[in-house]
Ligand binder design. Sequence first.
Ligand code: ATP
Ligand code: MG
Length: 649
Amino acid sequence: MADSTLENLLQEERVFPPPPEFVAQANAGPEIYDEARDWRSWWLEQAKERITWYREPTVSVDESNAPFYTWFADGQLNLSYNCLDRHLETRGDKVAYHWIGEPGDTRTITYRDLYEEVGRFANALKGLGVSRGDRVAIYMGMIPELPVAMLACARIGAVHSVVFGGFSSDALSDRINDAEAKVLITQDGSWRRGTKVPLKENADVALASTPSIEHVVVVRRVDNGAPMTEGRDVWYHDLVDGQDVECEPEVMDAEDMLYILYTSGTTGKPKGIVHTQGGYLTGITTTHHYVFDIKPDDVYWCAADIGWVTGHSYIVYGPLANGTTGVMYEGAPDFPDKDRLWSIIEEYGVTVFYTAPTAIRAFMKWGEEYPERHDLSSLRLLGTVGEPINPEAWMWYHEHIGHERCPIVDTWWQTETGAIMITPIPGAVATKPGSATFPFPGIGADVVDDDGNSVPLGGGGFLVLTHPWPSMLRTVYGDDQRYLDTYWSRFPGKYFPGDGAKRDADGYFWLLGRVDDIMLVAGHNISTTEVESALVSHPAVAEAAVVGRADPVTGQAIAAFVTLRAGIVGDQDLIVELREHVASSIGPIARPKSIVFTHDLPKTRSGKIMRRLLKDISEQRQLGDVTTLANADIVQEIADMAAASAGDE
Ligand code: ATP
Ligand code: MG
């Protein structure tokens, strides 16, 4: 940003108070914000209430070595004990996961089943020489052995580093080497849209340059005859066969490392985000309980991949520690047809559903006929995470999935924050489409200008978190300096996540995308989010990305890339109409100078729009690194289209 603040262009008037029936049964009402005002003691209370400790902590946060904060430092616990053992007596036969394979095979896994499988595998890992503090890399798809592997590591005090199963061999070897992992756990292959992705073969390419790896454990999932290297590689089923189910959990200090997770790399070299035990579990169990309003009989489905932090916190550790029944689905949302998710919701009676804006925009693009095929009346609460949600996508979710009955929690957080930071409490807060509303109880957030001064309500600037929180990252693995530089030096004493935000007159927070993407048009800082949302508010549009391209007159001009809804054809008239639509809905300053229609946008493997490459295209530069893209082909396609339509304005 050139100037200190960000324009506030989009005005959203719609407000949705929580339905009275929801309020009547909600886990929390508005009083929770007052109760948490003394955040240090409130978090300590949550830690004691939600976790079974070997030694209960007496201290909350230690701020003496800021920003290297510690939480509950004298506490001792084990996460797998909290997720498994402590449930056995009261809910051993309760379903932990309803697992659905992409080809249609299913598994029902109770808490006792999971306890036994984790015990066996934990003993097996010990047998391979893995001990407390060792790093274990995990490169898998969405099969039950993935949470089993994570929990087995947690049980014996090993540190896991899960690498998303869609990543390339290079991404895998970089991450293994950065963490110096001793063992890799993978599978022969995974299912994706009816084809077998050769995970083990990909892993073998990585393993050619990972000297720290001593053993590779391979789960048989697709039976594709994956190559096995004698002496190094061992089948999971052979390894766990005959192992004892009892494995004494390691007593861990609250501040011992639990896992490393590399951020997806939307913005640069991946960072190994370090999370620890006690604070992390406190943050995720507390948020899971209040944000998703979890009840003992809920069937909860976080449809993310466990390879991302969303899956770590809200498929594995949070819901299991809270004793929740979850759904876990292996495959693609459009396989065999575009109603797969809705058919699962109907079949299992899912009550709480959590997905990403990118998925919701795909559902919009496919059309409402798919959800209409199914009875979605079991749903009572919906959530989103991953990107700012365009108000029109929010409305679509509200109408076609929630049937105007389910509150929506738009949850802002990051790999680094470990847990949800800005979100509605669904029984306490009236929502506005596109706003993540307010900081979670016990979390402090502000919007500041370049000098770190709070921007008055109605204005925009940099989002900051104003004080530490239990599930915060502790450092960047092996690189304390990068931790300081990236997160704590821009605004001393405050955590800087790298996102822009504004607050409206009621104090609601609106996330405005990454500050690196902000456009500077004729002296105005304009967020990509607001222009994209204006485009998506046109009935022909499903998805849009905008970037600021160098312009001799205005500094930057807005270049838009637009995906239309099913059945709509993009022509010159529509371009004119969309430009006018943006100008009239949020102001002439935001009128895109050019618009290119495309059937898809470049996305990261976690599904987020990658604007950097669109900027390269717009400025007719050599394309930057495309290896982190899920759909690399689209970039060249868009580049060709943009070249063909150059001059359109
Ligand atoms: P990298 O940090 O490597 O570039 P990443 O930021 O995409 O990768 P994540 O930690 O998964 O990796 O994503 C966090 C980011 O996603 C946030 O900083 C924010 O930009 C965006 N985000 C997540 N949830 C929301 C939300 N509800 N509203 C707006 N933005 C969101
Ligand atoms: Mg990030």
